[in-house]
Design a protein around this ligand. Structure first.
Ligand code: PHE
Length: 445
């Protein structure tokens, strides 16, 4: 069967942007900016995008485009040895693992959407009431597993219809909707009484907070938010038509993803500060702090619904991108039909996600070294396997496929400057920085 391609460049951009904009940009970015020096951190993050985010993204898209294959086939063709095929398989496994627990957390936001519609998110007067509300839901296995199942089913529903009719068409609807909802939230935030305090918190640069830890966080964020290191962008690149210009397709993805993340920061903090509560800036932000805010501000009911629709849409376009590599592998290599490949992948990701769904309740205290199942699986995949996947992508392009050949595939107007930037980053800067991230995890510093 002929491999599907994106219908248009804009279709690819929406799909890749849909993958990039997810819980990482919507939920994590605002609070790590707030915690790590505001504008100073944003500046650092932009440097990381320039030094490694964008070049690694180009490598991955290129890997897909030169091979028109899933990550296994792509690595094998570019690396020309069986071992590279195995590395390709590792990235597919990484994406699959991520899809399993990402769906659980996304299921929380879907579940919260139902709570918002029922009007249950506007009746909190203090932090302990919203916290115990969250805990009672998160500890309920029927709730966590139920919404995990529903969320995976939605993803399977999109994926099963294929690249153009499913992923591309779905992203073309969901991404503009998401941007529109975000715009409403930003306007609402900027008009609220917390606007100046929120903007100050988010943007006033505090260079004293730029520690080596902040640098590593910025690097990790640049990686995770662009969905690198786990086969996703390789697979999306493999659906690009032959004549497509890779940089022109990728640059808007990086820019829009950054803008959306910053807008999300503006929306969240201006709204939170309008209530005058302490910003609990950790992960509790969206499930615990925001419901208190919705309970206090005018239009809280409508805003709570808009907000959780936005988070759910963002997570859905990311979840489908995490599952697509394994689906394309089963179609390419095992000759499955798309329907069979999608159902099997979706169901397996559901099963693997069940212990994660129970990690907030029944299995919360089943720990190894103080970490429960969710802590371990998310740490290993996001912090170890993802950087490794990115490292292998730059190594295979930089040293096996050949940087010159790769640069020729990236025609630009400013040829010499761009190709020098690309080759220095791919061959030296990116591998070095990724190694630093990995060494840090091993506690070398
Ligand atoms: N880019 C996504 C985010 O920011 C994370 C992700 C990566 C999701 C890969 C799916 C696949 O949330």
């Amino acid at each position: 069967m002929k491999r599907e391609t994106w219908k248009s460049r804009i279709g690819f951009i929406f799909a890749a942007l849909g993958s990039a904009v997810g819980l990482g940009s919507i939920w994590r970015f605002p609070y790590i900016v707030g915690e790590n020096g505001g504008a100073a951190f944003i500046f650092l993050y932009l440097i990381c995008l320039f030094l490694i985010g964008f070049p690694v993204l180009l490598c991955e898209i290129l890997l897909g485009k030169i091979s028109h294959k899933n990550p296994f086939g792509a690595f094998l063709i570019a690396g020309k040895k069986a071992i590279w095929g195995k590395i390709g398989k590792l990235t597919i496994v990484t994406g699959f693992i991520i899809s399993s627990f990402y769906s659980v957390i996304a299921g929380f936001s879907l579940g919260y959407l139902f709570q918002a519609i029922s009007g249950n998110l506007i009746s909190f007067s203090n932090a302990s009431s919203s916290l115990s509300f969250f805990q009672s839901l998160a500890q309920n296995p029927y709730w966590t597993i139920g919404f995990h199942f529903l969320f995976i089913s939605l993803s399977v529903g999109v994926l099963i219809t294929g690249v153009r009719r499913g992923i591309e068409f779905g992203s073309k609807i969901m991404m503009p909707m998401l941007s529109f909802l975000l715009l409403i939230l930003v306007i609402k935030g900027l008009m609220s009484s917390g606007a100046s305090k929120g903007l100050t918190f988010l943007f006033s640069p505090d260079f004293s907070k730029i520690t080596s830890k902040a640098v590593l966080m910025a690097l990790g964020q640049a990686f995770f938010t662009l969905s690198l290191g786990q086969g996703t962008m390789i697979t999306y690149g493999s659906y690009l038509p032959e004549k497509e210009n890779v940089q022109k397709s990728c640059l808007p993805v990086v820019i829009c993803n950054t803008l959306i993340a910053i807008c999300m920061g503006i929306a969240v903090f201006t709204i939170v500060f309008s209530v005058g509560i302490e910003v609990d800036s950790g992960p509790a932000l969206i499930f615990e702090t925001l419901p208190i805010v919705f309970s206090t501000i005018p239009w809280g009911y409508g805003l709570s619904i808009l907000f959780f629709i936005l988070v759910t849409l963002a997570a859905l376009t990311s979840e489908i991108s995490a599952l697509e590599p394994v689906i394309s592998y089963l179609i390419d290599e095992k000759k499955f039909t798309r329907k069979k490949a999608t159902v099997i992948s979706g169901f397996s990701a559901f099963v693997l996600g069940v212990p994660t769904a129970l990690s907030f309740g029944l299995l919360k205290n089943e720990t190894i070294f103080g970490q429960n199942f969710y802590d371990i699986i998310s740490f290993v995949s996001v912090n170890i396997l993802v950087p490794l996947g990115g490292l292998f992508a730059v190594l295979v392009i930089g040293y096996r496929y050949g940087i010159q050949k790769a640069t020729q595939k990236l025609p630009t107007l400013t040829d010499s400057i761009f190709s020098r930037y690309f080759s220095i980053s791919v061959r030296y800067i990116a591998p070095l920085l990724i190694l630093l991230i990995l060494l840090d995890l091993l506690g070398v510093y």
